[in-house]
Design a protein around this ligand. Sequence first.
Ligand code: CUA
Length: 353
Amino acid sequence: MRGRNARRSRRAALFTSLTTLALTAAACAANAPQDTLNPAGRVARQEDNLFKPVFWIAVAVFVLVEGGLIYLSVRFRRRSDSDAPKQIHGNKRLEILWTIIPAALLAGIAIPTVLTIWDVAAKPVGSNIVHVNVTGHQWWWEYEYTDFKTTDGTTLKTANELVIPTGRWVYLTMTSKDVIHSYWIPKLAGKQDVIPNRITHLKLWADSVGVYRGQCAEFCAISHANMRARAIAQSPEAFDRWVQGQLQPAPMPTDPQVTARFQGTCAACHTVRGIPDVGGAIGPDLTHLGSRTSFAGSSFELTAANLARWLDNPNAMKPITGANGNPKPSMPDYNMSQSEIDAIVAYLMSLKG
Ligand code: CUA
């Protein structure tokens, strides 16, 4: 009976170890686009510089404590029924020692931790800072570049893809239109909650040109997983060119059915600066949609085929119905004809800014 139990528990231990090993190995990826351990900017590097020593201290503590535990369990295990250990009570010197060591360790770790928290939370100083208002929506991100005014006097707005210059501070001022979201571009900075009726800030700095992927990091209902983001870092010159392009209005559609659809349907939620009477603010600003690489919360690559699929049946690509069955204010299916879809897609893809 005892032998069978021992065999069974040995088998359970082996199974647990192998499963843990397999899961750990499965978490490793050579080129993970959202890898916090591979920082690409000042804030992320600062956080990484704090994380690494704290991690290795924790590893040393783990190895010492668990190693001691295993060694003592084996060395002083009960070898026979008469082999009862001597009963003792208390050891003042040991108890003082194992209280002081962790306290000193925690106090030591607290100093760089608090300094890093202050530094990361500090407003960036200097000239040339790019200011962006970020608004979280179910399930996409709105960006308003408050430093830049469009030709018709409004501020530059875009969605889902945050275009930033390299080597300059980008200061985000964030809030939410509906529920709590969390803005997170792992290679550039840690997470920051985005909360209705409150303002939070995050600063970003990208060292080099590239596309940095992100993900909403606070559960925000059914399409939380489809609320992604991209920070696209460009050289300062390319960024200035991008700004100048985005400030222009979109060209008017030449196809009258596109104009009619925009003014009759799309206008309720979307803005396209350039088409008269198209200026809803519930959905993403589409003025220069064709200049982006993704759409619908950066969940899909911006291609004509994907966009056509989206216009045909958005709910099939990205769920918009809440857990209680109520549709969220998201992209509805307007039963557009194929020729209408093709015309609208061609127009949107042409909006290159
Ligand atoms: Cu927004 Cu999760």
